[in-house]
Design a protein around this ligand. Sequence first.
Ligand code: NAP
Length: 269
Amino acid sequence: MNAQIDFESIGIGFGTSPLKGEEAARAVTSAIEAGYTLIDTASRYENEEAVGQGIRDSGIAREDVIVQTKLRGHDHDNVRGALELSLEKLGVDYVDVWMVHWPLPMLGLYPQAYEEMITLQEEGLVRTLGVSNFLPEHLDELKSRTGHVPAVNQIQVDPGIHRPELRAELKNRGITVQSWSPLSKGGDLFETEPVKSAAEAHGITPSQAVLAWHRAIGAVPIVRSTSEERRKQNLDAIKVTLTPAEVEAIGGLPQRELGEWDPRTHDER
Ligand SMILES: NC(=O)c1ccc[n+]([C@@H]2O[C@H](COP(=O)([O-])OP(=O)(O)OC[C@H]3O[C@@H](n4cnc5c(N)ncnc54)[C@H](OP(=O)(O)O)[C@@H]3O)[C@@H](O)[C@H]2O)c1
């Protein structure tokens, strides 16, 4: 099994939280029909069965879709059992990307969990290992305990929290950045001047301008929409190239603090 996944050429992934049941299955089928090839879920989203159903309903060949799921905090000491359950719920023989969802340093179990994930990858149940919400200190700990560098780190990135130092550090280590909540959940961002003017200049929507900004900074946004039209529109952002001035202006928006999402203290299991 080829462990290499070219996230850069995938460009934009489809997020499935907090969709559940029929709505999640329909959204995944329609996203794949629109051209998304990377589908992001997590055991914590409680929608892996629906995501698996949506993938099957689309008729796409298994090898043509990247199925990405995550190990939740409650399972840092139940790694094999957690993967077996995710595979069963998704209805697949392997996952393409398996991530540690949060480091949860207060538990101190993520290096040991990751070691077991490496074993499961060696058994062919996982193509590529990744992490989510990891800071350099957590990556250092993983490296020293397992000798391993994850292929990808899914972190909170949007123009209001764009984390240039962390992204540069990940780039130095050869780790792909995926942005979660890339539209900041579709809030006030679309009304900001740099986003509106980039959208106007290119004849695109504010959402497309923000997603093009993610691509310009070298991140792979994982975006969710319940609307068929907006799903297509978001994927079309791959075709947009912003000017360096537009990228700088969007990245120059006022920055928020990590707050409750700080991985050193965030306790989401
Ligand atoms: N690793 C982690 O810890 C973590 C944490 C959070 C999220 N995630 C992942 O990241 C994914 C995306 O994050 P998210 O769902 O929180 O936020 P998001 O993708 O930034 O924003 C989703 C919101 O934006 C709206 N939207 C989407 N496209 C739009 C468009 N073209 N125009 C206007 N509004 C648009 C959606 O509304 P409509 O549905 O009405 O279009 C929805 O309300 C999640 O689904 C999940 O897979 C991971």
